[in-house]
Design a protein around this ligand. Structure first.
Ligand code: 5AD
Ligand code: SF4
Length: 474
């Protein structure tokens, strides 16, 4: 075993939770004796890591005997798996939790649970405790694998349960999982973050970086492939530092190589890559691995060195541009995407213009753009912030307009090209099906539903702002 033992939850503890699942099953059978199945509504906000946690929650609940429903209206149990990365995500959660008061009035037996990144923050858990008395259970990110015990206790009596332990985080292997889809799956390779970018709450709510053992990851990937999944996205806050905490010397590039060697026709993606650790070795490995998509999501956040320093990003715009250039030269048809924060405390218009400059140089396929959101407890929250909301809004729109021009040029350049597409579902227009190419761009084309879940070759015949139009090749 290569993993430092203290972060891995022991098999005895996992076994104990399995026993709680069995006990919960008996309690549920008694409580809902007139019903076929008690129903749970589980909703995850935010990033793919959170979605993956939500799938584990559903896996554990399914084992306890819950079925699932899409709305809280018909649910016996509601769990909101929350996100703390920006204020608007938090506001949405508070709004939706407030609305559950009416559901609970209609169905007093309903159990309401909140978990995830928001709940890991003490001031939020306290707010729920004091002002949202209809919420029954609250647990933080480090208590996910205790859900069976928490549910068991909630079913035994009506006491409210709060489990928010301060911890550097653990790794719990062997939890049941119920994937949301059948074509694409997420596979966490590591948890937590050590970077402490000054705007970001993630290191505070998800603990320190810890890597899963390569054997566990490879086994899970093999199972996904044999279950018919065609795309696996490797997850980590900073996948490039995979293995730094392991004793066997494995790094992310080597892990990619091992995953690429698994038999079968499937794609490998990964998220997210921190530019400070994205090595040439990794780029070279991507170029060598056939199954690894030619797409890197490489969040730059800002094009101004002054702002990057304030953000504690540990690279310069020059270093970023050199890396992007190297990657473009090495990986044919590389698609680069990025995250940008507008209106960081202390950012001035000249800094913002440097961001505009950088996106024009890199020519991203697409961007995820955010207005800076103050997060309690982070360093940036203490920095003077003199730019008004209105001003930030103007910069934000200027950024979108600039990217729109770049995006349409990039999308337009695909017209006439042949693309391998993974078909994901029916298209918006009747008779169309839709999927994504390796660059993760949406491709819509006429085709039969029976192709959903398979790879097809498509000729691109048109380009819109956010998707391509194709024609199935015979
Ligand atoms: N405000 C705005 N955007 C943020 N992000 C993270 N924290 C904040 C914040 N406080 C963005 C970053 C990150 C993405 C996942 O979310 O761009 O890359
Ligand atoms: Fe947040 Fe920075 Fe860690 Fe990403 S790398 S999760 S932005 S602290």
């Amino acid at each position: 075993m290569s993993k430092l033992k203290n972060v891995v939850v022991s098999q005895e503890e996992i076994l104990e939770q399995n026993q709680y699942m069995q006990k919960a099953t008996t309690l549920l059978a008694k409580r809902y004796r007139d019903k076929d199945l008690p129903l749970a509504h589980v909703h995850s906000y935010g990033c793919q890591q959170n979605v993956n946690d939500g799938e584990k929650i559903k896996g554990m609940l399914a084992q306890m005997g819950y079925g699932f429903c899409d709305s809280p209206d018909s649910a016996d149990l509601v769990i909101y798996n929350t996100c703390a990365v920006r204020e608007n995500a938090e506001d949405r959660v508070f709004g939706n939790v407030g609305a559950l008061k009416h559901n609970k009035k209609r169905n007093p037996n309903m159990i309401i649970g909140l978990c995830g990144c928001m709940m890991q923050q003490q001031h939020i858990a306290d707010k729920i405790k004091n002002s949202y008395s209809h919420v029954d259970i609250v647990f933080g990110t480090h208590a996910l694998h205790h859900l069976p015990q928490i549910m068991h206790n909630a079913l035994i009596d009506n006491k409210r349960i709060f489990e928010i332990s301060q911890s550097d985080g653990v790794i719990a292997e062997g939890l049941p999982i119920r994937h949301d889809g059948t074509i694409k799956a997420n596979l966490p390779i590591m948890y937590g973050c050590n970077n402490f970018c000054t705007y970001c709450i993630v290191p505070f709510v998800r603990g320190r970086e810890r890597s899963r053992n390569a054997e566990d990851i490879i086994q899970e990937a093999k199972k996904l492939v044999s279950d018919g999944y065609k795309e696996i996205t490797l997850l980590g806050q900073n996948v490039n530092s995979y293995g730094n905490d392991l004793e066997d010397g494995i790094n992310f590039a080597e892990l990619l190589k091992q995953l690429n060697a698994i038999d079968g026709d499937f794609w490998i993606r990964f998220m997210t890559s921190h530019p400070k650790d994205c090595s040439k070795e990794l780029v070279d490995m991507m170029a060598d691995c056939q199954k690894v998509c030619n797409h890197i999501h490489l969040p730059v956040q800002s094009g101004s060195d002054r702002v990057l320093k304030l953000m504690n990003r540990k690279y310069t715009s020059q270093a970023y541009l050199e890396l992007a250039k190297y990657a473009k030269e090495k990986i044919p048809n590389l698609s680069l995407t990025s995250d940008i924060i507008v209106g960081f405390p202390g950012e001035e218009y000249e800094d913002f213009c440097q961001t505009l400059d950088l996106i024009k140089k890199v020519e991203y396929n697409s961007l995820f753009t955010f207005i800076y959101s103050k997060r309690v407890g982070t360093k940036a929250a203490e920095m003077p912030d003199n730019v008004s909301k209105e001003q930030k809004g103007l910069w934000f729109r200027e950024l979108l307009a600039a990217q729109q021009i770049i995006g349409s040029k990039k999308y337009g350049a695909y017209v006439g090209k042949r693309q391998k597409v993974l078909v994901e579902g029916e298209g918006k227009i009747q008779g169309n099906i839709t999927g994504r190419n390796e660059a993760s761009m949406i491709v819509d084309f006429v085709g039969d539903k029976s192709l959903v879940g398979s790879f097809v070759d498509v000729k691109i015949i048109g380009a819109k702002n956010s998707y391509l139009i194709g024609e199935l090749e015979g």
